[in-house]
Design a protein around this ligand. Sequence first.
Ligand code: ATP
Ligand code: MG
Length: 445
Amino acid sequence: MKMTVPENVKNIIEVLEAHGFEAYAVGGCVRDTLLLRVPGDWDITTSAKPEEVKALFSHTIDTGIEHGTVTVMMNHVGYEVTTYRIDGEYEDARHPKEVTFTANLVEDLKRRDFTINAMAYNERSGLVDEFDGLEDLEKGIIRCVGDPMERFSEDALRMLRAVRFAAQLGFSIEENTKAAIRTLAPTIAKVSVERIAVELVKILTSNHPEELRTAYELGLTKIFMPEFDVAMETQQVNIHHMYTVGEHTLVALQNVQPEKDIRLVMLLHDLGKPLVKTTDEEGQDHFRGHTQAGADMAKSILRRLKFDNATIDLVSKMVKHHDDRPEKPNSVRRMFSAIGFENVPMLLEMKRADLLGQSTYQRDSKMALVDYYEDQYNECLKNQTCLTKKDLVLNGSDLIAMGMKQGKDIGVVIDLLFEAVLDDPELNQKEKLTELAHKFMTPFI
Ligand code: ATP
Ligand code: MG
């Protein structure tokens, strides 16, 4: 079998081979190339020790020298070159206590998580596939290399990686591998939240975010995001819905672009519902206040998973406003202003996806309302409508020049002016706004 390998990778392999070492492209890049997908990066595995690799190339970086990894720079692109290794005992289902270098490629392939990730390739030997990775690739199966119970006991994160690869590739997880995850799911608690968050985002931004259901069925989300399990188990008996909160979430997720922020928004938008659910005498479910509850929950989940503050603020704000349904132009502008004008396209996408996850009851008119928001958005763009305080034609210094004293009263008057302009954008002109400012200032001077 012949595979296309980038020139730089060929070069690195040739240099190593010319000095008597073995070297192969390995792991994800081999898998992706066989699937006709473009690999994110090319990793190389070699019999050369890190010091030997460093001696052969002019530009190298000690990326993870204690684990055998050196980055070789080739035409300004970095390639991770890692010495064949056997991972020692894992201390805590997280870190190998020690790694041992080996001269044997197959030993190195054995430590890898899944058969589809345990193939190596070079021109001399062709594809090295000791664990039938190619067959699993063709069948669309995620299967552990060796005994799944052992492999997941060594590193619990592999359980979530199994779901992640299923989501990215549209594969299914082999039965024994699944059974082991079911048994060992609670041990995912030993993995750092940062590593979990990386895999969660990869699942969410994949072509099959609905694979989160598999993480739920196998007992994984219960450990790191039990709020999602509750949603999966919350019925919504009313005319607007046809799915549980969780299944609605999965449909909504599939209807937005595969971008981190909006996928997080869809994941979290309704998780507040179980908290506020009430059922009336007719047996109809209501979820009053779910947006604020959801925004609070989004914050606490994202904080727990150590997302950055910008993401936390944006996502919780979108969750808070996901169900706003203003009908008049001035209230629409207030909504735009509340979420930030630059986030309106995300708001539109979120609202449409949310509707696609509901029953078809009144769908046309619900969609028409979102179309109306889009028209309003385009109007605002065209007219450069003032939607933030800093777009007011008057600022604090202007008010001081008009006779106000420095201090918090200035903020009060600016707020009043901004409210007036949101109501009537025409007011945001020097003359008109100055007149209005004089009126608002009177009580303060
Ligand atoms: P991608 O880069 O698209 O996320 P990948 O398969 O390259 O996918 P990486 O996390 O970059 O995944 O890891 C590279 C290779 O290292 C994998 O293909 C696999 O062979 C091995 N590997 C990575 N993480 C683990 C792990 N936790 N346990 C065992 N092997 C692993
Ligand atoms: Mg990779």
